[in-house]
Design a protein around this ligand. Structure first.
Ligand SMILES: Nc1ncnc2c1ncn2[C@@H]1O[C@H](COP(=O)(O)OP(=O)(O)OP(=O)(O)O)[C@@H](O)[C@H]1O
Ligand SMILES: Cc1ncc(CO)c(N)n1
Length: 265
């Protein structure tokens, strides 16, 4: 097959920089056929989230079933899952279809601070979805919420990664975008045995809307193509670095990243 297929289960960002839109653009740029199951529609731009409109459970289930029945994906990504009922449904579907290349981006809050996951749902995420993940990609605040400890230093991150692995995640990538390393951004991969650090120059910009979605989507695309997790994270790191560096300067607030940049550089 010339093109692998990947499915994103996530929310729509009307502003086009995060969510389903970021995922599909990233899949396309990395040569993977993208498919989607929407959990919620958000009214969103670079200034913030202006409204959240969840889909019904029936609508979410029907989208997943339609894709699974006719277009089975090589890899799955989850983003905004909104509430515990949706998490339970997605976990049930992952088991039903025996999907084992599942990348979970445990989206909790948007850059502007608005909640994209109800607080009561964090437990469901830990109990039901995390054990089904091939890769989980928390940022630092998400890692703190998932393991219940402060996650700042590299040593904290290593301990948090071990705890998430113990809870059932096959690979853990702790993203360093919110870290305080000064000039560097360090993402940490743990595969259950070894740690690998992916380091890059921190770019001084406010245009980082959707970095997490784009990064996890790039990991998913590479896994769909049959790459190892380590190679997938390496490519994703280069993809996101290019996307942040070659800024688009769109909007009055936190603008989107440049999904073309990786292929144009
Ligand atoms: N200023 C920056 N310069 C370079 N790389 C960055 C910067 N900010 C984030 N990154 C990279 O972007 C990716 C996403 O990291 P981050 O921790 O920002 O995720 P996130 O908080 O989930 O993003 P978002 O909530 O905006 O979707 C990581 O690979 C991280 O290293
Ligand atoms: C729909 C959606 N998903 C994820 C994020 C996190 O960046 C966002 N801002 N919007």
């Amino acid at each position: 097959m010339k093109y692998a297929r990947a499915l994103t289960i996530a929310g729509s960002d009307s502003g086009g920089g995060a969510g389903i839109q970021a995922d599909l653009k990233t899949f396309q740029e990395l040569g993977v056929f993208g498919m989607s199951a929407l959990t919620a529609v958000t009214a969103q731009n670079t200034l913030g989230v202006h409204g959240v409109y969840p889909m019904s459970l029936e609508a979410l289930e029907n989208q997943i079933d339609a894709v699974a029945a006719d277009l089975p994906p090589a890899a799955i990504k989850t983003g905004m899952l909104f509430n515990s009922d949706m998490i339970e449904l997605v976990a049930r579907k992952v088991k039903e279809y025996d999907w084992n290349q599942v990348v979970i981006d445990p989206v909790m809050v948007a850059k502007g601070g608005q909640s994209l996951l109800q607080e009561e749902a964090v437990e469901a995420l830990i109990e039901q979805l995390l054990p089904l993940s091939y890769v989980i990609t928390p940022n630092l605040p998400e890692a703190e919420a998932l393991v219940g400890m402060s996650v700042q230093t590299i040593e904290d991150r290593k301990l948090a990664a071990k705890k998430l692995h113990q809870k059932g995640a096959r690979h853990v990538v702790i993203k360093g975008g919110h870290g305080k390393e000064g000039d560097q951004v360090i993402d940490l991969l743990f595969d259950g045995e070894n740690f690998t650090e992916f380091e890059s120059q921190r770019i001084q910009t406010k245009h980082t809307h959707g970095t997490g979605c784009t990064y996890a989507a790039a990991i998913t695309a590479e896994i769909a193509k049959g790459k190892s997790v380590k190679d997938a994270v390496n490519t994703a790191k280069q993809f996101i670095q290019a996307a942040i560096e070659h800024t688009l300067e769109f909007g009055e607030g936190h603008g989107p990243t440049n999904h073309w940049a990786y292929n144009e550089k």
